[in-house]
Write a new protein. Structure first.
Ligand code: SF4
Length: 265
C-alpha cells in the first residue's frame, strides 16, 4: 500500500518518518496520549459558512494585485482557506505554494487548499502532537494566490489581500490564531510593524489587531523545520503551551457557543 507521504521528495519523507517516530514517543515530552475531546468546532452556523463561501468566490475572481493575473495565466487555483466556519483555532500562513494551488480534490470544489505540501504534512503532525486534527482548525494565508517561484509576497500584495483575511477572522471569531511565519505575525499582532522579525514576537500571546478578545500566538513557519529539523523539540514545546491553553479554555467553558478571554495557563 502506498505510504501517505510517498509522493513527497525523499528528504521530506525521511523527515516525516522521524517526526512520526517522535510522536510515537511523545510521552517522553510530557504530551498527553488521550485525545483532546473538547468539542471542536462550535455548533455549526449555516450563515457563517455561507459568508465564507462568498468570500471564497470573490477570491476566485480577484485581480486586486498582480498575483491574480499570474495565477490566471498559470491556470493555478485560488486558495481562500479551509476549515470549520466557527473553529476555536485558526492558523494563518503566508501564501500558497505549488502543491496548494495545484491540488486536485473534488472536495475542494475547484479551489486550492492551504498547507497540503511538505510544510502542511509537517503541520498535520505538529497538530497531532497537541491532539488537534486539521478538521478542527480553520486554515488560511495572508495571500490567497501563489507568488511566482514561491517568493515572499510583496507588501502591496499583502495589503491587497488582507481585507479577505480580516473579514474571515471576523466571521470565524476564533479564540486563538496561530500566526505561522513573520508575514502573518506582522499583520495580526497588535502593535507589530512590517519588517518586524518573528523572533521578536515569539513566546507570548498578542491581542489581535482588530479585536483584543482574540489572541495571536506567533510561531515560525513549519517550512523552517524542513531545513532545521533540530528545531523540532522547541517547536513542539511551543505547540504544547498553546495546546494546554486551548484545553484549559475548553474545560472552563460553560456552554459550547460561549466566547471567553483566552489566556496562557
Ligand atoms: S493575492 Fe489576494 S488580492 Fe491578490 S489577486 Fe489573489 S486574492 Fe486578490
Amino acid at each position: 500500500m502506498p505510504d501517505a507521504v510517498s509522493h513527497f521528495p525523499a528528504p521530506y519523507q525521511e523527515l516525516f518518518h522521524k517526526v512520526e517516530h517522535g510522536l510515537r514517543n511523545r510521552l517522553r515530552y510530557g504530551i498527553p496520549q488521550d485525545p483532546l475531546t473538547i468539542g471542536f468546532p462550535r455548533t455549526p452556523d449555516p450563515e457563517a459558512k455561507q459568508k465564507l463561501m462568498s468570500i471564497a468566490e470573490e477570491v476566485r475572481e480577484c485581480r486586486a494585485c498582480e498575483l491574480g493575473d499570474i495565477r490566471r495565466d498559470r491556470y493555478g487555483k485560488a486558495v481562500p482557506g479551509a476549515g470549520p466556519a466557527q473553529a476555536r483555532v485558526m492558523i494563518v500562513g503566508e501564501a500558497p505554494g505549488h502543491y496548494e494551488e495545484s491540488l486536485r480534490d473534488k472536495r475542494a470544489m475547484g479551489f486550492g487548499m492551504p498547507f497540503v505540501g511538505p510544510s502542511g504534512k509537517l503541520l498535520d503532525k505538529i497538530l497531532e502532537s497537541i491532539q488537534l486534527q486539521r478538521q478542527d482548525v480553520h486554515i488560511g494565508n495572508v495571500c490567497c494566490c501563489r507568488p511566482p517561484k514561491n517568493r515572499d509576497p510583496y507588501v502591496a500584495e499583502i495589503d491587497a489581500c488582507l481585507p479577505y483575511l480580516y473579514r474571515k477572522i471576523e466571521i470565524v471569531q476564533p479564540w486563538v490564531i496561530i500566526a505561522m511565519g513573520r508575514f502573518a505575525a506582522q499583520v495580526l499582532c497588535e502593535g507589530a510593524h512590517r519588517g518586524e522579525a518573528v523572533g521578536d514576537l515569539l513566546g507570548k500571546l498578542h491581542p489581535y489587531v482588530h479585536d483584543a478578545r482574540i489572541k495571536v500566538w506567533p510561531m515560525k513557519h513549519p517550512a523552517y523545520l524542513l531545513h532545521q529539523a533540530r528545531g523540532m523539540v522547541g517547536y513542539y514545546e511551543e505547540m504544547l503551551i498553546i495546546g494546554a491553553a486551548i484545553k484549559k479554555a475548553m474545560e472552563t467553558l460553560e456552554n459550547p457557543n460561549q466566547c471567553r478571554p483566552f489566556e496562557l495557563p
